[in-house]
Design a protein around this ligand. Structure first.
Ligand code: C2E
Ligand code: MG
Ligand code: MG
Length: 424
């Protein structure tokens, strides 16, 4: 109930002004709560919310206020604050209390332990705002920053956060029109076969040609596309564009290249995604064997059952599937066996410090051995030096991709390179 929470907030602030005392607003949002709700059901979700609210209430002093703003959002008003540090102490205390396991009875099948964390944004009265609305808004902005830091932490509001939030909002608005305005382009990065030395595939990587800001890298806008759901139409555009390009290269007489396309969780969750893939193949005249879809561990883990079903259907079309950023997420090895996967891509973070870093060298070697045992192809990502290449080659790594061979380049540039290396 937003209104009573607002009323109480207003009241606390009125009394703070009257007594010329400082106050703080703590905005708490539970991390990944939606996925708990989706996977365990609303019954469990509601019990967790109730228990979390009780713990929150147990953290505060008399005179402070806790209210649920709706969903998994809570607000705490710290009245009559002596020092700014009090707000930080309270935020820490709340995070600490939340971190204790929650024991919930799931469908009357006995109590189970659940772990949740929260993100907290803090705004201070009077410095960060003089009325309830501004303070809540700024605490919310700071909470988002806490989320960006990976959750389970708190952040104090700063004016720069507002500037950033405004920039994000304008970017979000611009993204809504970007597809219709043809502002997306694909760059292609070659994948090189380490035994033969030739280009065996390319990965399609999305770029946004922003009218004012120029070329924008995916890390800056893909999270926004996912949040807004725009990743579904944009992802379909990527798939079709990449397939059309692969067909164009084939028709130009260039040797066959496998086209790798990145997927995000939202796309797989769409029940008709396998049909989308089949239609893209048919409409562009693309051979399914020439397409490889890159998934990530976290993508699959978000909804194992639904993803598995969609992946099996796609695999049955003859399309290849690879596991991107392998080793960075948390999937169990049993999932690797369960999923219809043809290849793993060793994440750049492991490749960066080989061969000098012994731990990374051991991890890379283990992944290569594991892949061989499971009869999976293996591609090393982010290869930048000859030393890395030599190390990977010695271990029998199948293929590699990285700035050592080429950065991602526009289609026309890659066409030139392909013609040079493989004249008709
Ligand atoms: P990724 O799929 O792991 O792609 C590899 C990223 O590593 C690319 O960044 C590429 O430019 C970069 N890279 C390649 N070789 C090197 C190297 O030697 N050194 C260094 N430092 N970096 C290298 P990019 O293009 O910025 O893409 C970042 C991420 O954005 C991708 O990671 C992928 O997860 C996501 N992404 C890109 N395009 C799409 C798309 O069409 N759909 C979806 N869902 N995600 C995409
Ligand atoms: Mg990738
Ligand atoms: Mg990767």
């Amino acid at each position: 109930q937003p209104q009573p929470a607002r009323d109480r907030l207003d009241q606390t602030l009125i009394s703070a002004t009257r007594h010329r005392r400082a106050a703080a607003v703590l905005f708490l949002d539970l991390d990944r709560f939606k996925s708990i709700n989706d996977s365990l059901g609303h019954n469990v979700g509601d019990q967790l919310l109730k228990a979390a609210g009780e713990r929150l209430a147990a953290c505060i002093r008399e005179g402070d206020t806790v209210a649920r703003l709706g969903g998994d959002e809570f607000v705490v008003v710290l009245a009559d604050m002596a020092r700014t540090q009090d707000a930080a102490h309270l935020a820490k205390k709340v995070l600490g209390r939340l971190a204790q396991p929650f024991s919930i009875d799931v469908h009357n099948a006995g109590a189970e332990e659940f772990f949740i964390t929260g993100s907290i944004g803090v705004s201070l009265y009077p410095g960060d705002g003089e009325d309830a609305e501004t303070l809540l808004k700024n605490a919310d902005v700071a909470m988002y920053r806490a989320k960006e830091h990976g959750g389970n932490n708190y952040q104090f509001f700063t004016p720069e956060m507002n500037a950033r939030a405004r920039k994000q909002l304008s970017m979000e608005n611009a993204l809504h029109g970007a597809l219709d305005r043809n502002q997306f382009v694909l760059y292609y990065q070659p994948q090189v076969d380490l035994a033969g030395g030739g280009i065996v595939g390319v990965e399609a990587l999305l770029r946004w040609k922003h009218p004012e800001q120029g070329l924008i890298a995916p890390a800056e806008f893909i999270p926004l596309l996912e949040e807004t759901g725009l990743i579904v139409p944009v992802g379909e555009w990527v798939l079709r564009e990449a397939c059309a390009q692969a067909t164009a290269w084939r028709e130009a007489g260039l040797p066959p290249l496998r086209m790798a396309v990145n997927l995000s969780a939202r796309q797989l969750r769409d029940g008709r995604f396998a049909d989308t893939v089949a239609a893209a193949l048919a409409d562009t005249g693309m051979d399914p064997d020439g397409l490889e879809l890159e998934i990530t561990e976290s993508l699959v883990m978000q909804q194992v059952e639904a993803s598995l079903e969609a992946l099996r259907r796609i695999h049955a079309l003859g399309v290849h599937i690879s596991m991107d950023d392998f080793g960075t997420g948390y999937s169990s090895l049993s999932h690797l066996k369960l999923l219809p996967i043809d290849a793993v891509k060793i994440d750049r973070s492991f490749v960066r410090d080989i061969p000098d870093d012994e731990n990374d060298a051991a991890i890379v070697e283990a992944i290569i051995v594991l892949a061989r045992t499971l009869r999976l192809n293996v591609i090393a990502e982010g290869v930048e030096t000859e030393a890395q290449l030599a190390f990977l080659r010695a271990l029998g790594c199948g293929a590699a991709q990285g700035f050592l061979f080429s950065r991602p380049v526009p289609a026309a540039e890659l066409t030139e390179r392909l013609r040079e290396t493989w004249p008709r």
